[in-house]
Design a protein around this ligand. Structure first.
Ligand code: GDP
Length: 331
């Protein structure tokens, strides 16, 4: 498909959107109106408990601030983010404020920090999503969950097995394709990732699919060649579809704590990451890394992975997270 046709499709999309209908208009997320994810509550529990302990004490001047900082840092918020948060809280209520006032202000600051504009729904066809992250963070699983979500919204999905370095990655993606009814483009292991991606994008255009989810290799993020490869993949996509990839998602594993923040920094230097998905929040009590990623990199947290199942990907909601931290009985 020529770029002009893509533009035409996008323009038609805007027109239909204005009318309130269109193939890309999101239905409710696949997980639907489920209760707040238990994974998120579990991830917030440790910090919630620590905060409760601090606020339960009679006001004790400067000690409160030091204890709050310890609680935040202990939950993987990181020193930088903890300091910035508490500075903002002090600016709101003053150093001598009582515990309820500090608590309310901290809650408000956390919501403010984590709130980001909602992710754009697909408004080009095909809507191309590049998924990055180091090995083992849950990239392939997340692609499977995203495929299921798009399929549930009535979109035709094509998966591209761009991680040719890890032999099992293509097979694993094949299983997700079967489970979700998505199409898949893959080459033999050790093929050039950019060649697979080229074929994937061509196939997406030829077959008229709605969404393309591209898996990428994630071996050792500190090695320059991987980052070069990612840039190359990006160029190959843009050559076929000038405004693509429309979304570049970075998958981070919450259980790696502050290491997730340094991974995020490396990836954002290589590709323009548009959003973050934090996985395995069900497997850690240190959900504070969400705050660090948002503060230190300014990236929106799009979704959180709260389990290995197909519906265990939840749109991230700042208010829900704050509620898990602060509202009695919810943590
Ligand atoms: P990749 O190497 O980044 O593609 O990672 P995989 O998708 O292969 O996932 C690595 C492991 O993490 C697998 O065992 C997944 O089932 C598991 N996993 C992925 N996401 C989650 C999650 O949100 N919660 C939990 N508990 N496990 C997850």
């Amino acid at each position: 498909m020529e770029p002009a046709v893509v533009v035409a499709a996008a323009t038609a999309g805007v027109a239909a959107l204005a009318g309130g209908v269109g193939w890309w208009v999101d239905a409710a997320p696949a997980a639907g109106p489920l209760p707040a994810p238990t994974g998120l509550r579990a991830a917030a529990r440790r910090l919630a408990g620590q905060l409760e302990l601090v606020f339960a004490k009679p006001a004790a001047g400067d000690a409160v601030w030091a204890e709050l900082e310890d609680a935040l840092v202990g939950a993987d918020v990181g020193v930088k983010t903890a300091t910035a948060l508490l500075d903002a809280v002090r600016a709101r209520v003053g150093r001598g404020a009582d515990a309820p006032a500090i608590r309310a202000a901290l809650r408000a600051e956390i919501v403010r920090l984590l709130t980001a504009p909602p992710a754009a729904s697909p408004h080009a066809k095909p809507w191309v999503v590049l998924v990055t992250g180091v090995n083992g963070v849950g990239k392939t699983t997340t692609i499977g969950k995203l495929a299921a979500r798009h399929a549930a919204a009535g979109r035709r999905v094509l998966l591209v097995a761009g991680d040719t370095f890890r032999a099992a990655a293509g097979d694993q993606l094949g299983v997700w394709a079967e489970r979700t009814g998505a199409q898949i483009v893959r080459h033999a292991a050790d093929a050039q990732p950019s060649a697979v991606v080229f074929d994937g994008v061509k196939a997406a255009l030829a077959r008229g699919v709605d969404v393309v989810l591209i898996d990428t290799a994630g071996r050792l993020h500190t090695r320059t060649p991987l980052m070069e490869e990612l840039r190359k993949v990006r160029r190959v996509i843009a050559r076929e579809i000038p405004d693509a990839p429309h979304d570049v998602l970075l998958v981070l594993d919450a259980t790696t704590g502050q290491n997730a923040v340094s991974q995020a920094r490396t990836f954002t230097e290589a590709v323009d990451v548009t959003g973050v998905i934090v996985t395995k929040l069900d497997g850690t009590a240190r959900g504070g890394v969400l705050l660090a990623v948002r503060h230190e990199l300014g990236l929106p947290i799009r979704d959180v992975g709260v389990g290995e199942g197909v519906s265990d990907l939840r749109p991230f909601d700042a208010e829900e997270f704050a509620s898990a931290l602060f509202d009695a009985g919810n943590s």
